[in-house]
Design a protein around this ligand. Structure first.
Ligand code: BTN
Length: 276
């Protein structure tokens, strides 16, 4: 029973995603918590995880009033159009390897989108999902640590613009954001798409569980948008410009800067000739 101090939004009675819940504990999406509106599925998942929610539990919301992006940005989350979800993962990996999980998830998202928007998908390191070189989705991996500083779980947030139409793109995102509907003219069944995505996430994470990111690196490279392109990576006050050589086995971006190969672990990539 929910106590009076419980600030979690009440789940709505009918969960359209229940039909894709796998039922096998530990699989991605074996348990699906569905909400009409939350501030952020990341925040709701953090509470559920603190209360013991298991590996593979997924939180999905129709809309978010304060969807969170990387680097303190917000995530535009209108109702009834897109997919906003957070997966609770309890991997046994060092904290430093958490960013690799978002690269692994990127492969699964790209593979799921490939079936509904064939040939249009690419991945912009570290975790932007592109359709026709515009942003259609993003992934965020937030680590939760215990008091001793060890990893207790990872909240893997995925936002994908599926049925967003041009009319729903806010002015500040015009020319930058896209969706499956904008790119293909086809509406997408969100429940069916989520079911396919859960299966792909589950199988990619199983592979990565034993082989780490190197086991899915080849698949990542198939979708990698940046190889050979000139970029500037901005990380706080530091800027590094160079030509992208690839992604290393630990998920770092490798940049040829003129003074050799530089490994970039974090930052925001801005691409010459692209929208940003
Ligand atoms: C990014 O590209 O900056 C990452 C965006 C991640 C957005 C998703 S939507 C579902 C989940 N809940 C959030 O508040 N954020 C993530």
């Amino acid at each position: 029973m929910r106590g009076r101090s419980d600030t979690r939004p009440a789940p709505v009675v009918s969960n359209p995603y229940q039909v894709i819940a796998s039922g096998t504990p530990g699989r991605i999406g074996w348990e699906i918590r569905y909400f009409h509106e939350v501030d952020s599925t990341q925040r709701v998942a953090a509470e559920l995880a603190r209360d013991g929610a298991g590996q593979g539990t997924v939180v999905i919301a129709e809309c978010q009033s304060a969807g969170r992006g990387r680097l303190g940005r917000s995530w535009h989350s209108p109702a009834g159009l897109n997919l906003y979800m957070t997966v609770i993962l309890r991997p046994r990996i060092p904290l430093a390897e958490v960013p690799q999980l978002s690269l692994v998830a990127g492969v699964a998202v790209a593979e799921a989108l490939e079936t509904i928007a064939p040939g249009l998908i690419s991945l912009k390191w570290p975790n932007d999902i592109w359709l026709c070189e515009r942003k259609a989705g993003g992934i965020i991996a937030e680590a939760v640590t215990d008091p001793a500083g060890s990893l207790s779980c990872v909240l893997l947030g995925i936002g994908i613009n599926l049925n967003l139409s041009s009319d729903h793109v806010p002015p500040e995102l015009l020319g930058k954001a896209t969706s499956v509907f904008i790119a293909t003219g086809q509406e997408c069944n969100r429940v069916q798409f989520a079911g396919a995505l859960f299966n792909l996430l589950d199988s990619r994470f199983r592979v990565a569980d034993t082989g780490g990111f190197p086991a899915v690196r080849q698949a990542y490279e198939r979708y990698f948008a940046l190889k050979g392109r000139r970029v500037t990576v901005i990380d706080g006050s530091s800027r590094t410009t160079g030509v992208v050589h690839g992604v290393s086995s630990d998920g770092a971006l490798l940049l040829e800067t003129g003074s050799g190969l530089t490994r970039i672990l974090t930052g925001d990539v801005s691409l010459e000739g692209a929208y940003d």
